[in-house]
Design a protein. Structure first.
Length: 235
């Protein structure tokens, strides 16, 4: 049975890394002594070791150890044997590139679908959908495919921002970009605002957190979803 948290972000303004999610994570990973961390999304400024150390500090607050996937000789076996898995934020193009390069896409998807608890934030959430095509990241590297884990039957736009009516910026809004996606694609897109996340238990998916989310479907008006909304039938 799938057991997944798909969060828009790792850090809220004024809070520490993962702080707002720790009560949820304590329950989510309650059977885990150690969580496997996938740090593939960071292109610069922080090494895999440094990123893993940052995650370790957060998980130490709920008495869970963290091991980086880069510490293992065989990453595929590390995923299959993991008690729990966390994929952090960064650049989604790089993350997907690395997962394909290391031949981990299928292994990761199957392991999570079989019930291993999974947490994704930002880029780690973007890969939970059918494709990564609704990421906000720059295409700094080209993955062999945009197809991702398919843990949910729609796509995620993490860090979703509403148009600022007071701004003089004339560039495209997130809503405009998602509508452009829907000019060529039928996959629904959920805009996850900061502080919101999805809880996936088996075939049930619910919106959680302090904020609403915005749901986009091809040729339909976008709608607001309140925390607690059931997205189980969305496809």
């Amino acid at each position: 049975m799938k057991n997944i948290i798909i969060a828009s972000t790792s850090t809220l303004h004024g809070g520490d890394y993962l702080e707002y999610l720790l009560p949820e994570l304590k329950n989510h990973f309650k059977e885990c002594k150690t969580v496997l961390f996938i740090p593939y999304s960071r292109p610069s400024g922080i090494t895999h070791e440094e990123y893993t150390a940052k995650v370790s500090q957060a998980f130490a607050k709920i008495d869970i150890d963290v091991k980086g996937i880069h510490e293992y000789i065989d990453a595929g076996i590390a995923i299959k044997n993991a008690e729990g898995i966390f994929t952090g934020g960064g650049n989604t193009f790089l993350l997907v590139y690395q997962l394909y390069k290391n031949e981990l896409i299928t292994t990761l998807a199957e392991t999570v679908k079989n019930g291993t608890p999974y947490l994704g934030t930002s880029a780690g959430s973007n890969i939970c959908g059918l494709s990564m095509q609704n990421t906000n990241d720059m295409p700094i590297i080209y993955p062999p495919s945009f197809q991702t884990l398919g843990l949910i039957p729609f796509n995620i736009n993490a860090h979703y921002l509403d148009p600022d009516t007071q701004s003089k910026h004339m560039g495209e809004t997130r809503e405009t970009r998602i509508k452009e996606f829907h000019a060529f694609n039928t996959i629904p897109v959920l805009g996850l605002r900061e502080g919101s996340w999805l809880e996936v238990k088996g075939e049930k998916t619910f919106l959680r957190g302090t904020l609403t989310a915005r749901l986009f479907k091809q040729n339909q008006t976008a709608i607001e979803l309140e925390s607690g909304s059931d997205l189980s039938g969305l496809k």
